[in-house]
Design a binder for this molecule. Sequence first.
Ligand SMILES: OC[C@H]1O[C@H](O[C@H]2O[C@H](CO)[C@@H](O)[C@H](O)[C@H]2O)[C@H](O)[C@@H](O)[C@@H]1O
Length: 611
Amino acid sequence: MTQPIENYALLGNCRTAALVSNEGSIDWLCFPRFDSPACFASLLGEVDNGRWKISPHGKVLSSSRAYRDGTMVLETTFTTETGTAKLIDFMPQGDRSCIVRIVEGVDGGVVFDMDLVVRFDYGRSVPWVERVDPHTLTAVAGPDMLVLRAPTPIKGRDHHTTSRFSVTTGERLAFSLTHQSSSKPIAEPIDPYGALTTTEYFWLEFSDRCPDVGEWTPAVKRSLITLKALTYQPTGGIVAAATTSLPEHVGGERNWDYRYCWLRDATMTLLAFMNLGYFEEAQAWRNWLARSVAGNPEQMQIMYGLAGERRLPEYELPWLKGYENSKPVRIGNAAATQFQLDIYGEVADAMAQARRGGLPTHRRSAAIAEVIMPFLEQAWRKPDEGIWEIRGQALHFTHSKVMAWVAFDRAAILTETNKGSREKIARYRRIADEIHAEVCAQGYNEEMGCFVQSYGSTLMDAALLQIPLTGFLPPDDPRVVRTIDMMEKRLMRDGLLLRYETQHGVDGLPPGEGTFLVCSFWLADAYGLMGRQADARALFERLLGLCNDVGLLAEQYEPHAKRMLGNFPQAFSHIGIINAALNIHRSQQPAQQRAHPDADVVEPQVLDVGA
Ligand SMILES: OC[C@H]1O[C@H](O[C@H]2O[C@H](CO)[C@@H](O)[C@H](O)[C@H]2O)[C@H](O)[C@@H](O)[C@@H]1O
């Protein structure tokens, strides 16, 4: 049976990812890329859609798990009536697509069962399984081959490969599963213990550079490792989450594929990396962006594939029943062709911060900006699908216009700093002022005394938190204060924020979903800016308490059922942890020890455009 989302831990090699349950079952795995068809898809279906389980035979008295500190090496410890043993799971770094599982006896003896069910093409294709030698078998379907190497006797029955074995104190048994092209000769085995050492070194070298964030350091470090694991190393692209179709409403149809690179999610990830001093990762993503939008920057998409692919057609997989019957399971994402105005402001902020952080300007930045800004001069007037990617009618979203203001405001400031043409400065400033005035007139509802989701609407939207966070208006502006009050009244559920009011059909989907975690982190940031430090800290601590036992968060949380919802783990939520932790930590430092105000995490940034 599928486990609650929070029972899973992430394994990754900066190319792809797997989810392993607290019972030792890998129920989701795509080889060789994040967006490749899964060979284990039982997370979204049944055992027979593929999984690899290694767990004690018989009754487990207790179990616990943790990542080895600063790494993505997971240890699950099982205690049975006969002893205690550990399962050590990891994906070796490097260009081999492989999972290693080491079973290690700790105390006494433990009998284990292994059950491997390979189903390529998202749980559909039963492979042709052949034994190469008593400890090696291959599973082939079409272009894919998996090679299992097991130190124990293996049997095949009913399209399952099984093994029963025992470990005693100090004994170690290593299993590996490697993906390769089925047309190539079987590759040499990897050395599992050597791979464990190099993989641990890779993660430690990365995470040891994480700065001290006081009491929040462990949570920030885990979020940083998670964001790194969501990065596709060969290109620098960053996926929004490791999964597709984990539901935002159990049994509902709000199920989307997040294994792509959103400009919004990825630029926010870049800012989180840079806020922690990780400029190499930031530069890799900035270069990915410059390549992805090259050629037709005026046709910039809101998301791309891992290598900048432009077409991500959305389709459904009818053979998968969906997570707890949440259908359909979707692959691809139709939001890729939407117009979402906010991305221009987000990318502009990120580029500016990259430059201020000392990253050399990309040779194409100025040229790209020269094409995008004139495009935006017309485009900001159009309705769009907005930050939440609605599937209903396009609207004049207040948040989208605020982000258009961000783009022009920063363009004016930078052109001024660079002593650029007065004409250009005046033009950017005039457009920024025009947008500002329009938002304050049309995005604001006099009767309600607050900003609203879209022009003429009476609905609330948590994206309006970006009004103070981007510097569009000061946090103590009475209109901002009343907007946050209204948000607390209309969007708060058990202290956490919904992203908007889904019951009014704005998004073209059946209503109902969980609270959207990154919005609650933004609220904590806004409280901090408003001087409500105690509220900021209380909300942040509440949010941290929602992390699962290995420090991971999904996109959403359902407070009544007390369970995570949506794709998992999600970059947005972990970005929220990093930025809110930094903001709270800095606010607690004595004034003279604080970084220059320019280092604040949520302040407006300067746009990187050619003057
Ligand atoms: O709500 C409908 C939309 O939901 C998804 O979008 C959400 O996830 C994105 C990736 O994290 C994020 O950038 C966006 O702000 C979220 O609303 C889905 O990807 C869309 O296809 C869908 O229309």
